[in-house]
Design a protein. Structure first.
Length: 257
């Protein structure tokens, strides 16, 4: 039976505070929800020409983003992205969450999504382009809706549970190990000499390729060089990193004398 299988914490979308220029605030209070977190915000009241307007913003990570924004005389009713070429995983962090946040707050003075800041900025500037066509005052549109104090705190990073000491000797051979990654189990074949690791091969995983590659390509050579699993995790791919460490530890326990 496999040992040391842990339950990973699911990383929440973490927002970093990036504020734009300020403008006048109204007295209309709104509970703004973003990424499952509720902000006590102040919804802007703008002076607009009702209609639907198209806007194209500054370049994101790969290209510009184009939106269609529908407004009434005082604010945003709907934001629809009509064209974008961002990486799917990062764009999925931004849309529709950030668009809904902008709509509900009636402001582009919002927090960008840390892991997708370029895509966030592309969406924000596209909305601003459309809103300028609707007659919005840019200063008022950029009124901040969440202060640093109101922003959600970062969730605790996942951590490995306490592990036993790394064995000092092994039965040479190749052993299978399992560890829980961000989405599912990571399965490895680890080859040991009498004193440590000589090879690690990931045989099965359900991780997102971009994050799995970040973790595996950096950590496996480091494990082989060190002869053990005491290596640094890869920032931005913590779940996959910890799953790999746990899987290698699991194999080591099987191989230990």
């Amino acid at each position: 039976m496999k040992t040391f299988l842990m339950i990973m914490l699911v990383l929440t979308v973490v927002f970093s505070v990036v504020m734009y220029a300020t403008g006048p605030l109204s007295d209309s209070i709104l509970a703004v929800k973003s990424g499952g977190v509720t902000f006590a915000g102040v919804r802007n009241v703008l002076s607009l020409t009702p209609g639907t307007y198209t806007g194209t913003g500054e370049r994101g990570h790969y290209d510009t983003v184009t939106v269609s924004v529908t407004v009434d005389s005082t604010g945003i009713l709907d934001i629809v992205v009509t064209e974008q070429r961002e990486t799917e995983i990062f764009w999925g962090m931004v849309y529709p969450t950030l668009a809904e946040f902008i709509r509900d707050a009636n402001s582009t003075g919002v927090d960008v999504i840390t892991s997708a800041s370029e895509s966030s900025h592309a969406l924000i500037t596209a909305v601003e382009d459309a809103m300028l066509k609707a007659g919005a005052d840019l200063g008022a549109l950029r009124t901040p809706v969440a202060s640093a104090a109101a922003a959600p705190a970062a969730s605790a990073a996942p951590e490995l549970p306490p592990l036993p000491p790394w064995p000092t000797s092994f039965r040479p051979g190749t052993y299978e190990g399992w560890g829980l990654g961000y989405y599912d189990f990571i399965v490895v074949d680890v080859t040991f000499s009498a004193t440590g690791i000589t090879a690690v091969t990931v045989t099965e995983h359900e991780e997102t390729d971009i994050f799995a590659n970040m973790a595996f390509s950096a950590m496996i050579p480091a494990m082989v060089a060190a002869g053990n699993a005491d290596v640094d995790v890869v920032t931005g791919a913590t779940g996959s990193s910890l799953g790999l460490i746990e899987a290698v530890y699991d194999a080591a326990m099987e191989a230990s004398n």
